[in-house]
Design a protein around this ligand. Sequence first.
Ligand SMILES: Nc1ncnc2c1ncn2[C@@H]1O[C@H](COP(=O)(O)OP(=O)(O)OP(=O)(O)O)[C@@H](O)[C@H]1O
Length: 260
Amino acid sequence: MPDVLDLEDVTVVRGDNRILNDLTWRVDGDQRWVVLGPNGAGKTTLLQIAAAMNHPSSGSVQVLDGRLGEVDLFELRPRVGFASSAMARRFPADESVLDVVLTAAYSVTGRWNETYEDIDLRRAQRVLAEWRLDHLSDRAFGSLSDGEQKRVQIARSVMTDPELLLLDEPAASLDLGAREELLQLLGGYAQSPEAPAIVMVTHHVEEIPIGFTHALLLARGGVVTSGELRETITSENLTEVFGLPITVTEEDGRYTARAA
Ligand SMILES: Nc1ncnc2c1ncn2[C@@H]1O[C@H](COP(=O)(O)OP(=O)(O)OP(=O)(O)O)[C@@H](O)[C@H]1O
């Protein structure tokens, strides 16, 4: 499988802040990555670079077949699915769930006077059904529960059949039931051979869905370690990343962690 993401010596400096520092990372088309690290480690910044929403201060970034700085961003961006709560705040609260998903076809976050094709509508209806949202398609986005809103964000991000899917903390703030429902859906999606490469940022190993294959552990803007999930999500590595003794356990592909 060819690379879908290739970052070499990427540094991001904002003001006096060196947010990412000489970061090198490759993602292949058949991999599903989790990016884990403490608050302020640079996870969101990394995801924004991968989404071509931000440029590095130095280093080279290849997203799909385009190098940032050379590629036409308006052609590249619809090929990359992206979901985050910051993006969800841009959806008008009174927009219908169907329209929130449909507008992904034009990479806009509010319906105006774009013309949608029948194929867009059918796709939106298909992804709403796949993410168990079809019964909510006429509801206003702002009236949904947190768990429902998170599923709409993901449905929207896969609406264009992206070749790379980037999810920033998709399970944050969910109750146990909503989290498990989302992880079940995400796990099913991640295990499907048709799914794109996925990169998911999270704070908690409990939120790693089954089917994810690799992990990148980030601290202070640098890679602490990265590789196959089982070899990377270990007590030793998480102890180093979070700076306190942590015990990790794994059962049937799901992880838990606590202070040792
Ligand atoms: N535009 C900016 N100017 C200055 N500093 C910034 C800017 N954007 C982010 N930062 C800083 O860079 C660091 C990394 O931010 P980022 O949001 O990428 O981290 P994160 O790992 O996603 O954090 P969290 O887990 O808390 O969401 C933080 O200390 C943040 O304050």
